[in-house]
Design a binder for this molecule. Structure first.
Ligand code: SF4
Length: 351
């Protein structure tokens, strides 16, 4: 059953920007993303006879979405490419496996109002949009009922009111979906409104967009990220060093130049990054790009993605090996999200 509505471009969320030249805007790139298995296979020179049937089956459960800048980093003709594995639908996604569930973090019960999730005492998570720029097959929110959490203007007012009434909250986390899939006008308005609440000091943005479409780092984005009186932290989501190509590194440099603190969280994924040399290279490449490795998440057991699972012992072993190779500040913390617990739970590495 398809529970998540196929991602669509929400016209009202996009700026009506006209490019000065032939350079496509990020909105055009997003709108032109690959959204069917046939195109994905054709663009990458993969044999439809081997892959199409399974890809169509997976696509029915969670639709394909791959923007061109990300596609360009995938090695053509290689079905094992670690970036391709993150976006390629497979027949295996339909298999029911014990312990893999639709809402592994039990977020449905944590929603305090439309779009606002209160899991932590001092932080509130705002689901700005359900739209993403890329559909990651392992996403723990692949079944999340985003349609029930779409923010209307009234919801926005109600969420702001809730935040005003909660002096213990000093940080608002923009999440989704991908919050940067929303246009800069709307995001700037959120930031203006939040800046007017005295106890809010920080805005944290969880996003994959500057990585998958580096053109998303526009002048308008940098402007609202420089709002006086607020600190901005961007938590990127990068799982493999090959995701950091030259345009992405340039976009990240613009963000650090604007004073944004850049952190990264990865998920440990079988066939993508469950090797010490890959994780080592990831940390080094991130730091070269001005990003601190922050968290390495254990896999959240979401239905349809069991083939990405890496067991805890293997995860611990990988991080122990990283500890031997890297300075401490380049070793991400191995953590797990436990439903109902505020904050992430670090895993004991059993040294
Ligand atoms: S960008 Fe993030 S929220 Fe969107 S599908 Fe990927 S992991 Fe999930």
């Amino acid at each position: 059953m398809i529970q998540r509505t196929p991602v669509r471009i929400e016209a009202q969320l996009l700026d009506n920007q006209c490019p000065d030249d032939d350079t496509p805007t990020w909105q055009q790139i997003l709108a032109d993303s690959i959204t069917c298995p046939e195109s994905l296979l054709a663009q990458l020179g993969l044999d439809p006879a081997s892959w199409l049937q399974g890809a169509r089956a997976g696509h029915k459960l969670f639709p394909v979405r791959v923007p061109a800048p990300y596609l360009a980093r995938i090695r053509p003709g290689d079905p094992e490419d670690p970036l391709l594995r993150q976006v390629m639908p497979l027949a295996d996604e339909a298999r029911v496996v014990d312990g893999f569930v639709r809402d592994p973090l039990e977020e449905a019960g944590a929603t305090a109002g439309t779009g606002l999730i209160r899991k932590y005492r001092s932080r509130a998570l705002l689901m700005i949009t359900g739209q993403c720029a890329i559909n990651c097959r392992y996403c723990f929110r692949r079944h999340f009922p985003y349609d029930q959490h779409r923010l209307s203007p009234q919801d926005r007012t109600a969420a702001l009111h809730q935040l005003q009434q909660a002096p213990e909250i000093n940080e608002v986390i923009f999440s989704g979906g991908d919050p940067l899939a929303v246009n800069d006008r709307l995001l700037a308005r959120w930031v203006d409104n939040l800046a007017a609440i005295p106890h809010i000091k920080r805005i944290r943005i969880h996003t994959r967009l500057p990585v998958v479409i580096p053109q998303r780092v526009t002048d308008d984005l940098l402007q609202w990220l420089s709002h006086p009186g607020l600190q901005f932290v961007m938590v990127l989501h990068i799982n493999h060093p090959a995701e950091l190509d030259a345009p992405t590194r340039a976009a990240l440099q613009r963000l650090t130049g604007a004073g944004v603190t850049l952190l990264n969280q990865s998920v440990i994924l079988h066939g993508v990054n469950d090797r010490t040399d890959t994780l080592y290279q990831l940390s080094e490449t991130l730091f070269d790009a001005g990003v601190l490795p922050y968290y390495l998440h254990t896999f959240d057991p979401v239905a349809g993605a069991h083939h990405f699972n890496v067991d805890d012992d293997r995860a611990r072993q990988l991080v122990r090996e990283l500890n031997a190779l890297l300075p401490g500040f380049l070793v991400p913390r191995l953590v797990r999200e436990i439903p109902g617990k505020s904050g992430k739970t670090p895993l004991d590495l059993n040294f």
